[in-house]
Design a protein around this ligand. Structure first.
Ligand code: C5P
Length: 307
């Protein structure tokens, strides 16, 4: 089999509310996911024995601690194949950046092997394989705007049109998700503020489709904990918000448990203004687009002539 290549897209959380701590140690979340055009590239070919993972990034593990490895192993069991797999990961998403990179790579392997082996499981059939791998993995089976409930792994697609332009300020990693949740508990646990996401959803489902509800006011409950965990992030947050004000951004926030931030902008001029403001403050940014569910699907496989 020839090597096939797939785009493994990033996500951001437009809002993330921690509802309560559960008996299983996880936290009940309410979050709005959106997929970005920014992606890693995952190559897959049947070759050799066992599962081999290769990456151009030193922080990507090659063993079973890599979610992509465990995803491949789980699907091999279902497909009852014993042939070897070579999985290559070209890393463009910040590792440990709150963009779901590792989870996206795992979901990409599931979707790709479903295609390659013609298993026809689809997102619904892959869900039970995805869930034990990590709370973010189920989202990446479908992409596009979606509401995440439970551990963040109960996914409900949303009919949400987002502005085209997002400016990502990639984090440099180093904020572990588990550590951020621990810090949240040390800071007093989930806050008892009215849900902004509930209000957003009421407007989304009640209003005309061409007038999406405003993103302003959505919050990330993990931000104070992430900033307490890594002090230098507080300065990044200040600079990102300053650039947001200078460019009248619809939103300026941290994604997931950090350490990446993003700005949502109405047009290309605003994007340029924000990017210049960030650069003047010493922060690099990457312009990208939101992906609809359809674009997420149709952009999955890279056609062989675009090697
Ligand atoms: O599921 P995942 O491995 O991505 O989660 C990493 C860690 O983050 C978990 O071990 C848990 O400590 C914490 N977490 C949580 N509640 C969630 C998701 C993650 O407490 N909903």
């Amino acid at each position: 089999m020839k090597r096939r290549r797939f785009r493994s897209f990033a996500k951001i959380n437009l809002g993330l509310e921690v509802v309560r701590r559960r008996d299983d140690g996880y936290h009940e979340l309410k979050t709005l996911f959106a997929a970005l055009s920014l992606h890693d590239i995952v190559g897959i070919e049947e070759s050799g024995r066992g599962i081999t993972i290769r990456s151009d990034h030193p922080d990507v593990p090659a063993d079973e601690t890599n979610l992509a490895y465990r995803a491949a192993e789980a699907l091999q069991r279902i497909a009852r194949t014993r042939g070897g797999l070579l999985i290559t990961i070209e890393k463009r998403l910040a590792v440990g950046g709150g963009l779901g990179g590792g989870s996206s790579n795992a979901a990409t392997v599931l979707r790709a092997l479903d295609l390659i082996w013609d298993l026809r499981l689809g997102p619904a059939g892959l869900l039970e394989v995805a869930r034990p791998l990590g709370a973010d993995v189920p989202y990446f089976l479908i992409g596009g705007p979606a509401l995440g409930l439970g551990r963040g792994d109960e996914i409900h697609p949303l009919p949400l049109k987002l502005p085209r332009r997002v400016l990502l300020v990639p984090g440099t990693g180093g904020v572990g998700t588990a550590a951020v949740f621990r810090r949240l508990r040390a800071l007093g646990g989930p806050r008892r503020a009215p849900s902004r996401i509930d209000a957003f959803l009421r407007r989304l489902h009640g209003g005309p489709e061409d007038r999406p509800p405003s993103l302003r006011g959505l919050r990330n409950d993990l931000e104070p904990a992430a900033l307490a965990e890594r002090e230098e992030l507080a300065e990044v947050a200040r600079r990102v918000r300053r650039a947001g004000r200078a460019s009248r951004a619809a939103m300026a926030a941290m994604s997931g448990s950090g350490s990446s931030f993003f700005l949502i902008l109405e047009n290309v001029e605003a994007e340029r203004r924000a990017s210049r403001a960030l650069l003047a403050d010493g922060l690099a940014s990457v312009p990208c687009r939101f992906l609809s569910r359809r674009a997420y699907r149709s952009g999955f496989e890279i056609s062989p002539d675009r090697a």
